[in-house]
Design a protein. Sequence first.
Lengths: 212, 146
Amino acid sequence: MNPCQGDENGCSPTPWGNDFVPLAPGGASLFCQALPVVAVCPAGTHDDGNGRCVANAVPQCRVEVGYQGAIIPSQSAVNHSYLYVQPSPGSPFEVLDAGPQRAIPYVILRPRGLPRPMYVGFGKMVTDVSAQGMYQEATNPASTVTWAQYEPCWLVAKLISDTEALNGVYDYGGLSYNSNSFVYTVLWDVGLSNAVHQPARTPGWGDLFLIP
Amino acid sequence: MQGAFRAVRYPVKALAWLSAAALAAAALAAVLSYYMESGEIISPPRGGPATIALLDRPDVRLVMYDICRQNPSREEPPRVLAREYSDLLASGAIAKLAAGTRVSVLSRDIGAGMSGLWSIKVRSGPWSGRRGWTCPGSLVLLHAYP
Protein backbone atom coordinates (compact mmCIF):
# COMPACT_ATOMS: atom_id res chain seq x y z
CA MET A 1 0.00 0.00 0.00
CA ASN A 2 1.24 3.43 -0.85
CA PRO A 3 1.68 5.48 2.38
CA CYS A 4 1.23 8.82 0.58
CA GLN A 5 -2.34 9.08 -0.42
CA GLY A 6 -3.36 12.09 -2.46
CA ASP A 7 -3.12 12.64 -6.21
CA GLU A 8 -2.86 10.02 -8.91
CA ASN A 9 0.80 9.50 -8.02
CA GLY A 10 0.00 9.03 -4.37
CA CYS A 11 1.46 12.43 -3.39
CA SER A 12 -0.01 15.09 -1.11
CA PRO A 13 0.56 18.79 -1.77
CA THR A 14 2.24 20.88 0.93
CA PRO A 15 0.90 24.30 2.03
CA TRP A 16 3.48 26.11 -0.12
CA GLY A 17 2.78 24.17 -3.28
CA ASN A 18 5.37 21.46 -3.68
CA ASP A 19 4.21 17.90 -3.53
CA PHE A 20 5.53 14.72 -2.04
CA VAL A 21 6.46 11.62 -3.93
CA PRO A 22 6.60 8.18 -2.44
CA LEU A 23 9.94 6.51 -1.91
CA ALA A 24 10.97 3.78 -4.31
CA PRO A 25 9.13 0.52 -3.74
CA GLY A 26 10.97 -1.59 -1.24
CA GLY A 27 12.52 1.47 0.51
CA ALA A 28 12.99 1.36 4.25
CA SER A 29 11.04 4.53 4.96
CA LEU A 30 7.33 4.86 4.85
CA PHE A 31 7.59 8.62 4.41
CA CYS A 32 7.50 10.61 1.24
CA GLN A 33 10.25 12.81 -0.15
CA ALA A 34 9.93 16.52 -1.00
CA LEU A 35 10.32 17.49 -4.63
CA PRO A 36 12.77 20.35 -5.10
CA VAL A 37 10.88 23.50 -5.97
CA VAL A 38 12.72 26.62 -7.14
CA ALA A 39 10.87 29.89 -6.69
CA VAL A 40 11.49 32.94 -8.85
CA CYS A 41 12.41 35.57 -6.25
CA PRO A 42 12.53 39.34 -6.58
CA ALA A 43 15.84 41.25 -6.40
CA GLY A 44 17.42 41.30 -2.95
CA THR A 45 15.86 37.94 -1.99
CA HIS A 46 16.63 34.31 -2.69
CA ASP A 47 14.97 30.89 -2.48
CA ASP A 48 15.51 29.28 0.91
CA GLY A 49 15.28 25.79 -0.60
CA ASN A 50 11.66 25.31 0.38
CA GLY A 51 10.28 27.50 -2.33
CA ARG A 52 10.12 30.55 -0.09
CA CYS A 53 11.78 33.89 -0.91
CA VAL A 54 13.88 35.25 1.94
CA ALA A 55 15.97 38.44 2.09
CA ASN A 56 19.63 38.09 1.08
CA ALA A 57 22.14 38.45 3.91
CA VAL A 58 23.78 41.91 3.69
CA PRO A 59 27.59 41.59 3.53
CA GLN A 60 29.06 42.73 6.82
CA CYS A 61 32.32 44.64 7.26
CA ARG A 62 34.10 45.50 10.48
CA VAL A 63 34.23 49.11 11.71
CA GLU A 64 36.37 50.06 14.71
CA VAL A 65 36.99 53.39 16.42
CA GLY A 66 40.44 53.83 17.90
CA TYR A 67 42.59 56.48 19.49
CA GLN A 68 46.18 57.12 20.43
CA GLY A 69 47.96 59.89 22.25
CA ALA A 70 48.44 63.06 20.26
CA ILE A 71 51.96 64.60 20.26
CA ILE A 72 53.37 61.64 22.23
CA PRO A 73 51.69 58.48 20.85
CA SER A 74 52.08 56.46 24.06
CA GLN A 75 50.72 59.23 26.34
CA SER A 76 46.99 59.79 26.08
CA ALA A 77 46.74 63.19 27.74
CA VAL A 78 45.09 64.53 24.58
CA ASN A 79 44.03 62.01 21.98
CA HIS A 80 43.82 61.60 18.23
CA SER A 81 40.98 59.34 17.04
CA TYR A 82 40.54 57.44 13.77
CA LEU A 83 38.70 54.52 12.20
CA TYR A 84 39.77 51.05 11.18
CA VAL A 85 37.48 49.65 8.48
CA GLN A 86 37.21 46.57 6.30
CA PRO A 87 36.22 47.63 2.77
CA SER A 88 34.91 44.11 2.03
CA PRO A 89 34.10 41.09 4.22
CA GLY A 90 37.29 39.59 5.62
CA SER A 91 39.59 42.02 3.81
CA PRO A 92 42.59 43.72 5.50
CA PHE A 93 41.80 46.87 7.48
CA GLU A 94 42.22 50.39 6.15
CA VAL A 95 42.81 53.38 8.43
CA LEU A 96 40.67 56.49 7.95
CA ASP A 97 42.30 59.46 9.64
CA ALA A 98 42.92 63.18 9.41
CA GLY A 99 45.50 65.75 10.39
CA PRO A 100 46.82 69.21 9.59
CA GLN A 101 48.55 70.00 6.33
CA ARG A 102 51.54 71.40 8.26
CA ALA A 103 52.78 70.21 11.63
CA ILE A 104 53.46 73.63 13.12
CA PRO A 105 51.14 76.64 12.99
CA TYR A 106 52.76 79.91 12.07
CA VAL A 107 50.70 82.11 14.38
CA ILE A 108 48.44 81.49 17.34
CA LEU A 109 45.90 84.27 17.84
CA ARG A 110 43.38 84.81 20.57
CA PRO A 111 40.92 87.33 19.22
CA ARG A 112 38.65 89.02 21.76
CA GLY A 113 35.31 87.30 22.18
CA LEU A 114 36.49 83.92 20.98
CA PRO A 115 36.57 81.22 23.64
CA ARG A 116 39.43 79.32 22.04
CA PRO A 117 42.70 80.33 20.46
CA MET A 118 42.75 80.48 16.69
CA TYR A 119 45.55 78.69 14.88
CA VAL A 120 46.71 80.16 11.62
CA GLY A 121 49.12 78.17 9.51
CA PHE A 122 48.16 74.55 10.11
CA GLY A 123 46.68 74.77 6.64
CA LYS A 124 43.89 72.52 5.49
CA MET A 125 42.70 69.35 7.14
CA VAL A 126 44.14 66.43 5.21
CA THR A 127 42.16 63.18 5.29
CA ASP A 128 43.54 59.84 4.26
CA VAL A 129 42.53 56.24 3.53
CA SER A 130 45.54 53.93 3.82
CA ALA A 131 46.68 50.59 5.16
CA GLN A 132 49.25 52.11 7.49
CA GLY A 133 47.48 55.31 8.55
CA MET A 134 49.06 58.76 8.32
CA TYR A 135 50.35 58.40 11.90
CA GLN A 136 51.11 54.65 11.73
CA GLU A 137 47.89 53.88 13.61
CA ALA A 138 47.87 50.40 12.06
CA THR A 139 51.01 49.36 13.93
CA ASN A 140 51.12 51.66 16.95
CA PRO A 141 51.08 49.41 20.04
CA ALA A 142 49.59 52.27 22.08
CA SER A 143 46.48 52.38 19.89
CA THR A 144 43.27 51.69 21.81
CA VAL A 145 40.05 50.47 20.17
CA THR A 146 37.00 51.86 21.98
CA TRP A 147 34.18 50.60 19.77
CA ALA A 148 33.92 47.80 17.22
CA GLN A 149 31.02 46.36 15.31
CA TYR A 150 30.10 44.66 12.05
CA GLU A 151 28.16 46.98 9.78
CA PRO A 152 26.86 46.61 6.22
CA CYS A 153 29.69 47.01 3.73
CA TRP A 154 27.83 49.76 1.88
CA LEU A 155 28.11 51.80 5.08
CA VAL A 156 31.89 51.29 5.11
CA ALA A 157 32.01 52.38 1.47
CA LYS A 158 30.21 55.56 2.54
CA LEU A 159 32.73 56.15 5.35
CA ILE A 160 35.55 55.84 2.80
CA SER A 161 33.92 58.12 0.23
CA ASP A 162 33.17 60.72 2.93
CA THR A 163 36.81 60.61 4.01
CA GLU A 164 37.97 61.21 0.46
CA ALA A 165 35.44 64.01 0.00
CA LEU A 166 36.72 65.89 3.07
CA ASN A 167 40.37 65.94 1.99
CA GLY A 168 41.69 69.49 1.81
CA VAL A 169 38.28 71.13 2.04
CA TYR A 170 38.37 72.72 5.51
CA ASP A 171 41.00 74.52 7.57
CA TYR A 172 42.45 72.43 10.36
CA GLY A 173 41.40 74.03 13.62
CA GLY A 174 43.79 72.76 16.30
CA LEU A 175 41.72 71.90 19.37
CA SER A 176 38.45 72.09 17.43
CA TYR A 177 37.55 71.06 13.89
CA ASN A 178 40.31 68.51 13.86
CA SER A 179 40.83 64.76 13.38
CA ASN A 180 38.36 63.98 16.18
CA SER A 181 35.76 66.18 14.47
CA PHE A 182 36.48 64.29 11.24
CA VAL A 183 35.76 60.91 12.89
CA TYR A 184 32.60 62.27 14.51
CA THR A 185 31.44 63.75 11.19
CA VAL A 186 31.81 60.60 9.10
CA LEU A 187 30.15 58.52 11.84
CA TRP A 188 27.34 61.06 12.04
CA ASP A 189 26.84 60.86 8.28
CA VAL A 190 26.17 57.10 8.44
CA GLY A 191 24.06 57.34 11.59
CA LEU A 192 26.59 55.87 14.01
CA SER A 193 27.49 58.98 16.00
CA ASN A 194 25.04 58.10 18.77
CA ALA A 195 26.12 54.48 18.94
CA VAL A 196 29.78 55.34 19.42
CA HIS A 197 30.81 56.86 22.72
CA GLN A 198 33.33 59.67 22.57
CA PRO A 199 36.84 58.33 23.14
CA ALA A 200 38.59 59.83 26.17
CA ARG A 201 40.09 63.29 25.91
CA THR A 202 39.34 63.94 22.25
CA PRO A 203 38.81 67.69 21.85
CA GLY A 204 36.86 68.55 18.72
CA TRP A 205 34.56 65.50 18.99
CA GLY A 206 31.06 66.80 18.26
CA ASP A 207 32.16 69.49 15.79
CA LEU A 208 30.54 68.73 12.44
CA PHE A 209 31.97 69.37 9.01
CA LEU A 210 29.59 69.69 6.09
CA ILE A 211 30.51 66.88 3.72
CA PRO A 212 30.72 68.19 0.14
CA MET B 1 72.50 111.75 36.85
CA GLN B 2 71.67 108.62 38.81
CA GLY B 3 67.97 109.10 37.96
CA ALA B 4 68.74 109.28 34.26
CA PHE B 5 70.82 106.12 34.49
CA ARG B 6 67.95 104.35 36.27
CA ALA B 7 65.49 105.56 33.64
CA VAL B 8 67.61 103.98 30.90
CA ARG B 9 68.54 100.84 32.86
CA TYR B 10 64.99 99.51 33.33
CA PRO B 11 63.88 99.67 29.70
CA VAL B 12 67.16 98.03 28.65
CA LYS B 13 66.65 95.31 31.23
CA ALA B 14 63.07 94.77 30.08
CA LEU B 15 64.21 94.63 26.46
CA ALA B 16 66.84 92.05 27.37
CA TRP B 17 64.24 89.89 29.11
CA LEU B 18 61.87 90.19 26.19
CA SER B 19 64.61 89.23 23.74
CA ALA B 20 65.58 86.24 25.85
CA ALA B 21 61.95 85.14 26.05
CA ALA B 22 61.53 85.54 22.30
CA LEU B 23 64.69 83.53 21.66
CA ALA B 24 63.55 80.79 24.05
CA ALA B 25 60.13 80.67 22.36
CA ALA B 26 61.75 80.46 18.93
CA ALA B 27 64.06 77.67 20.10
CA LEU B 28 61.12 75.79 21.62
CA ALA B 29 59.10 76.22 18.42
CA ALA B 30 62.04 74.90 16.39
CA VAL B 31 62.40 71.84 18.62
CA LEU B 32 58.65 71.21 18.59
CA SER B 33 58.58 71.72 14.84
CA TYR B 34 61.36 69.17 14.29
CA TYR B 35 59.59 66.73 16.61
CA MET B 36 56.12 67.11 15.12
CA GLU B 37 57.32 66.99 11.52
CA SER B 38 59.31 63.81 11.98
CA GLY B 39 58.26 60.82 9.94
CA GLU B 40 59.74 57.85 8.16
CA ILE B 41 59.53 56.06 4.85
CA ILE B 42 57.53 52.85 5.15
CA SER B 43 57.86 49.58 3.31
CA PRO B 44 55.47 49.30 0.39
CA PRO B 45 53.07 46.31 0.52
CA ARG B 46 55.52 44.07 -1.31
CA GLY B 47 58.63 45.58 0.30
CA GLY B 48 61.41 47.62 -1.28
CA PRO B 49 62.20 51.32 -1.41
CA ALA B 50 59.90 54.27 -2.09
CA THR B 51 60.47 56.79 -4.87
CA ILE B 52 60.81 60.50 -4.13
CA ALA B 53 61.06 63.42 -6.53
CA LEU B 54 64.05 65.67 -5.92
CA LEU B 55 63.08 68.30 -8.51
CA ASP B 56 59.76 70.07 -9.08
CA ARG B 57 59.54 69.78 -12.87
CA PRO B 58 56.62 68.87 -15.13
CA ASP B 59 58.25 65.64 -16.39
CA VAL B 60 59.08 64.60 -12.81
CA ARG B 61 55.52 65.36 -11.71
CA LEU B 62 54.08 63.18 -14.46
CA VAL B 63 56.21 60.22 -13.43
CA MET B 64 55.38 60.74 -9.74
CA TYR B 65 51.66 60.92 -10.44
CA ASP B 66 52.01 57.73 -12.46
CA ILE B 67 53.71 56.04 -9.50
CA CYS B 68 51.19 57.30 -6.94
CA ARG B 69 48.13 56.56 -9.02
CA GLN B 70 48.90 53.47 -11.02
CA ASN B 71 51.52 51.66 -9.07
CA PRO B 72 50.50 51.57 -5.45
CA SER B 73 53.09 48.94 -4.59
CA ARG B 74 55.72 51.57 -5.47
CA GLU B 75 58.66 49.22 -5.64
CA GLU B 76 58.49 48.95 -9.43
CA PRO B 77 58.83 51.59 -12.13
CA PRO B 78 55.54 53.14 -13.23
CA ARG B 79 53.68 51.16 -15.86
CA VAL B 80 53.04 53.93 -18.36
CA LEU B 81 56.22 55.98 -18.05
CA ALA B 82 58.75 53.24 -17.35
CA ARG B 83 61.44 54.64 -19.66
CA GLU B 84 61.05 58.19 -18.34
CA TYR B 85 61.30 56.78 -14.82
CA SER B 86 64.63 55.10 -15.61
CA ASP B 87 65.98 58.28 -17.23
CA LEU B 88 64.95 60.45 -14.25
CA LEU B 89 66.42 57.96 -11.81
CA ALA B 90 69.72 57.97 -13.72
CA SER B 91 69.80 61.78 -13.87
CA GLY B 92 69.11 62.15 -10.13
CA ALA B 93 65.78 63.94 -10.57
CA ILE B 94 64.13 61.15 -8.60
CA ALA B 95 65.61 58.77 -6.04
CA LYS B 96 64.71 55.65 -4.13
CA LEU B 97 64.59 55.81 -0.33
CA ALA B 98 64.84 52.67 1.79
CA ALA B 99 62.11 51.87 4.31
CA GLY B 100 62.98 53.38 7.69
CA THR B 101 64.65 56.49 6.22
CA ARG B 102 63.92 59.41 8.55
CA VAL B 103 62.25 62.42 6.99
CA SER B 104 60.58 65.65 8.03
CA VAL B 105 57.16 66.15 6.49
CA LEU B 106 57.05 69.83 5.59
CA SER B 107 53.63 69.96 4.01
CA ARG B 108 50.96 67.69 2.65
CA ASP B 109 50.22 69.42 -0.61
CA ILE B 110 46.68 69.53 -1.85
CA GLY B 111 46.59 72.25 -4.48
CA ALA B 112 49.40 73.96 -6.34
CA GLY B 113 52.90 72.67 -7.10
CA MET B 114 53.34 68.95 -6.58
CA SER B 115 49.61 68.60 -6.17
CA GLY B 116 48.64 65.69 -3.95
CA LEU B 117 52.23 64.82 -3.01
CA TRP B 118 53.84 65.34 0.38
CA SER B 119 56.74 67.72 0.65
CA ILE B 120 59.58 66.28 2.73
CA LYS B 121 63.15 66.88 3.86
CA VAL B 122 65.31 63.77 4.08
CA ARG B 123 66.95 63.41 7.51
CA SER B 124 69.01 60.25 7.15
CA GLY B 125 70.76 58.16 4.54
CA PRO B 126 72.58 59.21 1.37
CA TRP B 127 70.03 61.88 0.46
CA SER B 128 70.10 63.54 3.89
CA GLY B 129 69.40 67.26 3.75
CA ARG B 130 67.69 67.11 0.34
CA ARG B 131 64.14 68.33 -0.10
CA GLY B 132 61.72 66.20 -2.11
CA TRP B 133 58.16 65.08 -2.76
CA THR B 134 56.62 61.68 -2.34
CA CYS B 135 53.33 59.81 -2.60
CA PRO B 136 51.14 60.08 0.55
CA GLY B 137 51.23 56.32 1.09
CA SER B 138 55.03 56.18 1.13
CA LEU B 139 55.55 57.47 4.65
CA VAL B 140 54.07 57.93 8.08
CA LEU B 141 54.32 60.75 10.57
CA LEU B 142 55.40 59.71 14.04
CA HIS B 143 53.34 62.23 16.04
CA ALA B 144 49.67 63.05 15.55
CA TYR B 145 47.63 66.11 16.41
CA PRO B 146 44.18 65.73 18.00
